[in-house]
Design a protein around this ligand. Structure first.
Ligand SMILES: [Zn+2]
Length: 307
């Protein structure tokens, strides 16, 4: 995800305070995770300190290699899904264990970040006992390392035996290469062969799971009215395009703003006598006179929805 917060909080306090209510095997898992904690923080540090901006192909591959080495030790078979040079992306890391016990899991991460090598560096830095900052630590090398930490603890307690688990870490999540059929085809195909997909990118705070994600789209509204003198705007001349566009946008807000998980926002609203817009470039201009009823109004907005 493009939204990136440069801090990542690591806390096991929730797990520890609830240890009394956990099954014995879960308590053993927590003990293992605590044992491995310093090594996993080192792994996080090493991966954060490799620049892996989406277009830094060598960097993305280096992070992939670092994680591969860990996963190989846990009995995973490693594959690298290569992309042709024309795609200008590093490819993806796929680690698999196959078995016939339980549900088939696909665990999802990504290796790239939004930070390219020409941006100011922000190495792994411990701020205090629960906060670390660094490039891509929250989005999402922290999540990647959580996958590895969980697998390592389970492997050592023989809980991975005969399980089907695929770990899929894409190399271009922040800016997917084209064509998508090539850069996402293998991922979609494999996802269909699993029962459950869990993504490890941070959602809304601690100890929560997002079970759905809103889609995003955009819309344009074009309103044309009769040009006329302002003195007749409430009479025979008619309201013109600006009033009408405002009425439409506001009606949608009044009718649908309480709809759960739905938002839409007019981001650009241009009206007047002469109107030009280039919504691709998110800009436009207008000219008009206060005593002329606007003949044209253009509005561009976004739309976010769950279904
Ligand atoms: Zn992300």
């Amino acid at each position: 995800m493009k939204k990136c917060f440069l801090f990542y909080l690591i806390s096991f306090s929730f797990l520890i305070t609830n240890a009394q209510t956990l099954q014995p095997i879960e308590q053993k898992l927590i003990k293992k995770i605590e044992e491995h904690y310093p090594a996993m923080v080192d792994l996080l540090k090493n991966s954060v300190n490799i620049n892996s901006g989406t277009f830094n192909i060598a960097g993305v591959k280096a992070v992939g290699q670092l994680y591969s080495k860990e996963l190989e030790k846990l009995g995973f078979t490693i594959e690298w899904i290569n992309m042709p040079d024309s795609v200008k992306r590093a490819g993806h890391l796929v680690a698999t264990r196959k078995g016939n016990k339980g549900k088939k899991l696909l665990l999802l991460g990504h290796l790239d970040t939004v930070f390219e090598p020409d941006m100011p560096s922000n190495p792994f830095t411990v701020l205090n006992d629960s906060t670390i900052t660094g490039q891509g630590i929250n989005d999402m090398k922290g999540g990647d390392v959580i996958i590895i930490a969980a697998m390592k603890a389970m492997h050592e307690l023989n809980l991975l035996n005969n399980a089907t688990i695929t770990i899929y870490m894409t190399g271009d999540e922040e800016n997917a290469g084209e064509p998508r059929s090539l850069t996402r085809g293998d991922f979609i195909e494999r996802s269909k062969q699993h029962d459950v997909v869990l993504a490890f990118e941070g959602a809304a705070g601690f100890n929560t799971i997002a079970t759905a994600r809103r889609g995003a789209s955009s819309w344009e509204l074009t309103v044309e009215g009769k040009q006329g003198h302002s003195s007749g705007v409430f009479g025979a001349a008619g309201y013109g395009a600006i009033y009408e566009a405002a009425r439409i946008v506001n009606s949608f807000r009044e009718t649908l703003s309480k709809e759960q998980y739905l938002t839409f926002n007019p981001g650009i609203f241009i009206g007047g006598s002469e109107v030009n817009a280039n919504f691709e470039k998110q800009r436009g201009d207008a000219s008009g006179k206060t005593n002329i009823i606007s003949p044209k109004t253009l509005v561009n907005g976004d739309l976010r929805f769950l279904t």
